[in-house]
Design a protein around this ligand. Structure first.
Ligand code: CP
Ligand code: NVA
Length: 321
């Protein structure tokens, strides 16, 4: 398939690797994936075919709902010349108690890659441990690195760089907060996370991000002050107050997070040319005001589109021959 590959696909070899969290990759490898995503997007926009995965199949295991992840993986794999199988957990034997071990071993006999969206992060790790093909984390309770790849692509396209920029995240210290912290620190971006008390990011992740930031020369701030986090930020990010699996806490979270809405008043503290990002789905009037998410600084639909291009880069890099 070498003729189908771009120069960049051949430059750094990620074939056979899993993609579970940013900690597993170097800044150079991430930058390579982002450059490849931009190159693949350009090819698609100008009608140049790029099909390095002809004859390959990826399985997409979903234990939670999805719009963007499912559609971008399915469409992306089709555009790369391969095939994607949607495997709802309840429709496969995994949902009836077949072990992750056996599922990993069996699926590896049919598939060339597996994406999994699940609750416990340990499910992703266990699947990757036993699978003989690349495993991609399509979101767990602890991490959402595919989203952050697309986010960084969007920042690169609009700001021309990552290093030295300040990313502020306001809201729940959840999977998005974790992957943004680890990814930003890895890429030399300053990251500031503001949450209400009781909803802080995992302290082990904060420690990891701080250790990575020391190497890359960036700073990691964790605070209860949304104003401090957003001060002079280049990028302001938020996510839902109640993630999938936490729906029954919606009411109590609405109270806890009330002072953390990303609105026009809060945005006065950010740089005038700040980018607003949100992984989506969003709730206008909760974590973000309609004025901000539908305003001129919002890039949410570019960001959503980039899920397609970033994951095409990821699949091409991990699953090419
Ligand atoms: N951002 C994101 O992962 O969206 P979905 O839940 O729709 O896949
Ligand atoms: N934090 C959200 C992200 C959705 C893409 C969730 O886990 O539901």
């Amino acid at each position: 398939m070498a003729v189908q590959q771009t120069e960049k696909v051949q430059k750094i070899d990620l074939r056979g690797r899993d993609f579970i969290e940013f900690t597993d990759y170097t800044a150079e490898e991430i930058r390579y994936l982002l450059d490849l995503a931009i190159e693949i997007k350009g090819k698609q926009k100008s009608g140049v075919p790029f099909q390095p995965l002809k004859g390959k199949t990826i399985g997409l295991i979903f234990e939670k709902s999805s719009t963007r992840t499912r559609v971008s993986f399915e469409v992306g794999m089709f555009q790369l010349g391969g095939h994607a199988l949607f495997l709802s957990k309840n429709d496969i034997q995994l949902g009836r108690g077949e072990t992750t071990h056996d599922t990993a071993k069996v699926l590896s006999r049919y598939l060339d890659g597996i994406m999994i969206r699940t609750f416990g992060h340990h499910n992703v790790i266990e699947l990757a441990e036993h699978a003989d093909v690349p495993v991609i984390n399509g979101l767990s309770d602890a991490a959402h690195p595919c989203q952050v790849l697309a986010d960084f692509q969007t920042v690169l396209e609009h700001k021309g760089k990552l290093e030295g920029l300040k990313m502020a995240y306001v809201g729940d210290g959840n999977n998005m907060a974790h992957s943004l912290m680890l990814g930003a620190a890895k890429m030399g971006m300053h990251v500031a996370v503001a949450t209400p008390k009781g909803y802080e990011p995992d302290s082990a992740v904060v420690e990891q991000a701080r250790a990575i930031a020391q190497e890359s020369g960036s700073e990691v701030l964790v605070t209860y002050s949304a104003q401090d986090a957003v001060k002079d930020a280049d990028i302001v990010y938020t996510d839902v107050w109640a993630s999938m699996g936490f729906e029954e806490e919606q009411k109590i979270r609405e109270q806890a997070f009330a002072a953390y809405q990303v609105d026009e008043e809060l945005m006065k503290g950010a740089k005038p040319d700040y980018m607003f990002l949100h992984c989506l789905p969003a709730h206008r009037g909760e974590e973000v005001s309609a004025g901000v998410i539908d305003g001129p600084n919002s890039l949410i639909f570019d960001q959503a589109e980039n899920r397609l291009h970033a994951q095409k880069a990821l699949m091409a890099a991990l699953m090419s021959e």
